[in-house]
Design a protein around this ligand. Structure first.
Ligand SMILES: [Zn+2]
Length: 211
């Protein structure tokens, strides 16, 4: 009995995460926005999922996203990420455990579900320690966000790069979220379809977007 109690306590302490820590120079309004995005991400609920979503996350919803994120991420910092257009990055001296947000993260035009996706995307960069490759020179797809993607410097070959899990989450929200508004689902589908194009193998795109 005592052993069982001890084991239960040990297991529950493994399951709980230390709160995310924000570096001191992160502005309060950025921290507030990010905290609300994380709460949104963890609070997503669904009861069914696609095969690829199960492969990436295990569970169908925010509880699995929390595990996925917190297995790797401990700190949130602010940076320009060397690119005024990028909203976040995951390189630098605290590469093991920090996601850096830029001022672009605060742009009112970014919907919340997209910012949630960015967290999963950057978390993958921490895991993989690789950046993206150029889309192929003869790549025929064009993005509504970035225009023609041929030679665009942000593609993955297949679902095993940084785009895979975030895009799978967006499709999951669009199709299976049980506590999302229609606006959130529509935003999720729009960005899922657009970011899916950054995976240039056609068969991989089919796997990530499969129901
Ligand atoms: Zn990336």
């Amino acid at each position: 009995m005592i052993l069982a109690l001890f084991l239960a306590l040990t297991l529950s302490s493994f399951a709980a995460y230390e709160p995310l820590e924000y570096f001191r120079d992160v502005p309060p309004e950025m921290e507030r926005l990010h905290r609300s995005d994380i709460e949104f991400l963890y609070g997503l609920r669904a009861s069914k999922q696609s095969e690829i979503h199960r492969k990436f996350f295990g569970g169908p919803d925010g509880r699995a996203y929390e595990d996925f994120l917190r297995a790797r991420v401990r700190f949130i910092g602010i940076s320009d990420c060397g690119n005024p257009n990028s909203a976040a990055c995951a390189e630098g001296i605290f590469a093991d455990s920090t996601i850096w947000l830029t001022k672009s993260y605060m742009k009112p035009s970014l919907p919340q579900v997209l910012r949630a996706q960015i967290m999963l995307h950057e978390r993958m960069h921490l895991d993989l320690r690789i950046e993206h490759e150029d889309c192929p020179a003869d790549y025929p797809l064009a993005s509504k966000i970035f225009g023609p993607l041929a030679k665009f410097p942000s593609c993955d070959k297949d679902e095993n790069g940084s785009f895979g899990p975030g895009v799978a989450m967006l499709y999951q929200v669009a199709r299976n979220c049980t506590n999302c508004s229609e606006k959130v689902k529509a935003d999720a589908l729009y960005y899922a379809d657009e970011y899916l194009k950054h995976i240039y193998q056609e068969e991989a795109r089919a796997r990530v977007s499969a129901f």
